[in-house]
Design a protein around this ligand. Structure first.
Ligand SMILES: C[S@@+](CC[C@H](N)C(=O)[O-])C[C@H]1O[C@@H](n2cnc3c(N)ncnc32)[C@H](O)[C@@H]1O
Length: 263
């Protein structure tokens, strides 16, 4: 139990690291806010809704959704630095956003049942060791007729090469990702009524091109100086080529899912 929690914290710290910020930016998923707005639209977010962003990272999506859809958004994040940064940034906004941020574990969210109209999880379900527990919690937190939106990296079974099974694979959410059908099955096992999933895999190709440019820039400016960063960036160009080929062949993707609870 402790080992699993320690692994979760380590993963959360990795996403809060300077290196992750440098190469991924603030929106820690393919498609950035474009994909977030798409998710909000297909979920049908409405003004005044209470929305939970589970594993909200730097709070970028939570803040954007609160503005675009005029919802009240709570972000839950395990990483201590990310939770603090999200809170600070929300306070620094020139026009206040209707958001708040809490530190906690998505598998044990500290909220009463039936308080949210919608829950979203972007690029994080793949990281949860107990995905079924997280889905059960989403069911518990949603009101009847509530909506769950998930976007995540997909990996078809047996297609991840061993060199993508380490830190780089984890940062790209590949290591414990499900297949495109697997996420839909996960939602249905938790008794969500699902819509047809949407394929946003082209966003991964855009993200890879972006990563290549940022790594090259980071190296030329001498910003990549820790041992881990040097190891990662030395191996990165070949790994990114590998991921690109897997995306093009449909083995790796990025899909968007919506599930609803019965009214
Ligand atoms: C790829 S990032 C995505 C962040 C954010 N959803 C976004 O799209 O910008 C994954 C995030 O999930 C968080 N995370 C991983 N496991 C978690 C857990 N069990 N509970 C809460 N947050 C978790 C990590 O700390 C990290 O911030």
């Amino acid at each position: 139990m402790l080992d699993t929690y320690a692994a979760k914290i380590c993963c959360a710290d990795l996403y809060s690291s300077e290196l992750a910020r440098l190469i991924l930016g603030d929106s820690l998923h393919p498609g950035g806010l474009r994909a977030t707005n798409r998710l909000g639209r297909v979920m049908g977010l409405q003004p005044g809704w209470r929305v939970l962003d589970l594993a909200c990272g730097m709070g970028t999506s939570a803040t954007a959704l609160s503005r675009v859809f005029r919802c009240r958004v709570t972000g839950l994040e395990l990483g201590a630095d990310a939770a603090v940064t999200s809170r600070r940034r929300a306070l620094e906004q020139p026009i206040p956003a209707n958001v708040d941020f809490v530190r906690g574990d998505a598998e044990l969210p500290p909220f009463r049942e039936g308080v949210f109209d919608a829950v979203l999880i972007e690029c994080a379900t793949s990281l949860f060791p107990d995905k079924a527990a997280a889905m059960a919690e989403c069911r518990r937190l949603l009101k009847p007729g509530g909506v769950l939106g998930i976007s995540d990296v997909t990996v078809e079974p047996g297609s991840l090469p061993p060199e993508l099974d380490g830190t780089v694979g984890m940062m790209l959410c590949l290591t414990d990702a499900l297949s495109a059908e697997g996420y839909r099955a996960l939602l249905e096992q938790a008794e969500f009524i699902t819509d047809e999933p949407e394929d946003l895999s082209a966003e991964v190709l855009t993200l890879l091109a972006d990563l290549r440019a940022k790594l090259a820039l980071g190296q030329s400016l001498g910003l990549i100086d820790t041992e881990l960063a040097v190891d990662l960036t030395t191996a990165a160009p070949e790994l990114l080529d590998r991921v690109e080929r897997l995306v093009e062949s449909g083995k790796i993707g990025y899909w968007l899912y919506v599930g609803r609870t019965p009214v």
